[in-house]
Design a protein around this ligand. Sequence first.
Ligand code: NAI
Ligand code: MG
Length: 366
Amino acid sequence: STPSLLILPGDGIGPEVMAEVRKVIDWFGAKRDLAFDVSEDLVGGAAYDAHGVPLSDETMEKAQQVDAVLLGAVGGPQYDDLDFSVKPERGLLRLRKEMDLFSNLRPAQCFDALADFSSLKRDVVSGLDIMIVRELTSGVYFGEPRGIMTEGNERVGINTQRYTESEIARVARSAFELAKRRDNRVCSMEKANVMESGILWREVVQKVHDEEYPDVELSHMYADAGGMQLCRWPKQFDVIVTDNLFGDLLSDVAAMLTGSLGMLPSASLGAPMANGRPKALYEPVHGSAPDIAGQGKANPTACILSFAMALRYSFDLGAEADRLEAAVEQVLAQGVRTADLMQAEGDTPASTAEMGDAIIAALDAS
Ligand code: NAI
Ligand code: MG
C-alpha cells in the first residue's frame, strides 16, 4: 500500500521550510513514481491557536496510524507566557511519549562544501559521517525521585539516573541495526567508572551484542573521553550509542563539528509496528527561529534532510535518500546558500524558496 506521511509544519519557520519539503515530495511522486499518502495537521502554537491545545487527540491518533511523521518546529515568543500544560513544546513531547520514541538518531555529517564552516580543521571534518543514537525516554530526565526538597535547613535539587535492562537493550538493538546498514561499528558511551547505571549499561550493551549482533564491531568508551575524541578525531566513529543525558551533550557537540543548525536533521524511532517499520518522527534539530520567521531567510535543508532520513529508515528507500543528499551536496558546491551558510560579506544569500528550487533542479539533473 502507499506509504503514509503526516506533516506537522508547526510554528515560525516550520511552515516555510516544510513548503520546500513538499516540493521534494512532489518531485519524488512525479519523477520517480514514488507516491506518498500525505496528510497535514497542526502542532504547537498553531494547534493551540486553533484548538486550545498544542496537539489535539485527533492529530495524536493520526500520528499513531501513519508510517512516519515529519515535523517542522514548534514555539515562539507569543506563546512563552502560556500555562506549562499547553505550551507548544508539550505537543512535541506528547508525540514522543505516546509514540514511545526511545531512540533518537542525530547524524553528524559534513558536506565537503561546508567543511570550512566547522570550528575544527577541514581534514578533521571533511567527509565526516557519524550517527549518534541517544536514548530519549528514560534516564536522569525522567527518573524518580525528582524535585526540589527540603533537607534539614536547606533545599536540595534531586534527579535520579535510572535505566532498566530492557530500556538499555532496545536502544542498543536500534544502534546495532543501524550499524549493519552503515560501517558496522558501534561505540557505546557511559560512565561505568563512577555510575551504577553505567555499569549496567555497559553489561547489557555487551550482552545484546554477543547474543544478537556478534558480527558488529563493538567498543566502549567513558562519555567524557568520548567528548574529547569527538573533537580530536571524529572520523574514528561510525555509530555512537549513549544515554539520554550524555546523548544530549554529545549530539550537540557533534552537531557543531559540521556547521550550521540549518543543516541538521534528526529521527526519533520507536518499536516496530505491525508492518515491521518502526514508529518514527523526523524533524530538523533547529527550532522555530522567530528572529528570521516570515522573511524567507530560513534554510530548508535540515527539514529536507529529515525527509531523506524518512526515505531511508521508514520507507526502505536508501538509494533515493542518497539521491536527495547528493542533490543537497551539489547545490552547496554550486554556492547556492541561504544566509546562515554565507561565508563572505557581500555574497547574495538564496531565499528559502530558491534553496528548495535549486535542490529540485539538482534532483532533475540526477
Ligand atoms: P532556534 O533553533 O529556533 O534558533 C537559533 C538560531 O539559529 C536563531 O538565530 C535562528 O535564526 C537560527 N536558525 C535556526 N534554524 C535555522 C534555519 N533553518 N535556517 C537559518 N537559521 C536558522 O532556537 P531558539 O532561538 O533557541 O528557539 C526559538 C523557538 O524555537 C523557541 O520557542 C524554542 O522553544 C523553540 N524550539 C523548538 C524546537 C523544536 O521544535 N524541536 C527545538 C528548539 C527550540
Ligand atoms: Mg540539546
